[in-house]
Design a protein around this ligand. Structure first.
Ligand code: HEC
Ligand code: HEC
Length: 329
């Protein structure tokens, strides 16, 4: 029999060695997961909601999926349960209810949480992580952790990842990483990309397109007071570029993205230069040296400017301690 603990140790040692010399732009694997093991299973398929008939708690799981896809209907400014978010849906960024490969997929949540994250500096529960996205990505308020809505979303995420073993990385989880440019991302060039490739849906003013009864969005806003705030993960250029390159214009095929790397970084720079809500989270990044290279708010553990931490060039920002956290989510 193979000694699992020993082989795991070997893998970890191997990985540490690899990370010491590896690129920080390895494509397609969200950096958060690199620390576990290189991609192995690439053919994850979400379980079918129709198979839920006989599952205990099936209704709760279905409600969780509905909350992720149609968040605004329940939790938005005109929500039927509580008004705690900005009108966007979780599914606007976690595509197909968080089941799309390269589309900020949730497959590994069940296997990896509770998980230590550098942003909070502690081990986070799924509930904590959901509230993080509510307060930042949906520029809203925390959901009561004892509410039915929280229980439902957690039940859905656990059910989605129920067949994913621990310590395995599925290719295409989270947000893919676009290779770093050796120049700073250009807001001006990004503006052209936006006009040509994005404004037809998201609007020339970037504010999206509301449903006729304004209960939510047909096309979500990319900036403005109903968009994500500056402390959302997707405000960081690497997340924004990665999401956009592999998923936008909407229904771009992840296997054949229609934007070049440069266009993705530039349009990300353009979007994240427009006006959006500024919010403060004083407890973020308790260890300065763990701030990712594209986290654009000081103080920093290096001497690069906020400008460079926002737009790059990132290739010249070296994290002195550990490349692993260079693009940590
Ligand atoms: C504006 C975009 C956006 C919206 C809207 C959004 N998220 Fe996220 N979410 C992200 C990004 C970006 C990440 C980080 C992905 C990564 O680590 O690669 C993330 C990560 C997560 C994670 C952790 C995934 C993991 O594998 O570690 C969970 C859970 C999550 N979001 C839940 C939600 C829920 C629930 C909602 C709605 C209440 C929501 N998100 C809305 C952008 C968004
Ligand atoms: C054909 C219409 C269409 C085009 C063109 C399009 N998008 Fe989107 N975009 C969408 C839709 C629809 C969603 C929400 C997806 C969902 O809920 O399933 C979305 C979501 C997003 C999101 C995450 C949610 C948010 O509002 O922040 C970002 C970022 C984004 N698009 C950026 C872009 C960029 C950049 C371009 C141009 C390169 C672009 N989109 C082009 C339709 C489009």
């Amino acid at each position: 029999m193979i000694d699992i603990t020993f082989s795991r140790q070997l893998i970890i040692i191997g990985l540490l060695f690899l990370m010491a010399f590896s690129c920080i732009d390895c494509n397609n694997v969200a950096n958060d997961y690199k620390a576990i093991k290189p991609a192995t299973a690439s053919n994850w398929q979400a379980p079918d909601t129709n198979s839920l008939v006989s599952t205990p708690g099936a209704d709760l799981i279905r409600y969780g999926k509905e909350l992720i896809i149609n968040t605004a209907k329940y939790l938005g400014p005109k929500g039927t349960v509580v008004f705690i978010s900005n009108g966007m849906n979780c599914g606007n960024c976690h595509l197909d209810g968080g089941t799309r490969i390269n589309g900020n997929c949730f497959a590994m949540v069940a296997a990896t949480y509770p998980k230590f994250r550098n942003r909070s500096g502690k081990s986070e529960s799924i509930q904590f992580r959901i509230n993080d996205c509510l307060e930042r990505s949906l520029n809203g308020k925390k959901l009561d952790t004892s509410s039915k809505e929280m229980a439902a979303m957690v039940a859905y995420l656990k059910w989605l990842g129920k067949d994913v073993p621990k310590n395995i990385v599925i290719k295409g989880m989270g947000v893919p990483i676009v290779p770093l440019l050796s120049r700073a991302a250009s807001v001006e060039k990004g503006g052209h990309v936006f006009k040509l490739r994005c404004s037809s849906c998201h609007g020339a003013n970037g504010l999206g397109l509301l449903k006729p009864d304004s209960s939510g969005y047909i096309y979500p806003p990319l900036w403005g007071s109903h968009s994500y705030n500056v402390k959302a993960g997707i405000f960081r250029l690497s997340s924004s570029a990665g999401f956009v390159k592999y998923n936008m214009p909407y229904n771009a095929k992840p296997q054949a993205p229609s934007l070049t790397d440069e266009e993705a970084w530039d349009v990300a720079a353009f979007i994240n230069t427009q006006e959006r809500t500024f919010k403060t989270f004083p407890d973020d990044w308790p260890m300065l040296s763990s701030k990712p290279i594209d986290y654009p708010f000081g103080p920093f553990s290096d001497s690069f400017s906020e400008q460079q931490h926002k737009y790059g060039p990132f290739t010249s920002i070296k994290n002195p301690k550990n490349n692993k956290v260079a693009l940590d989510k």
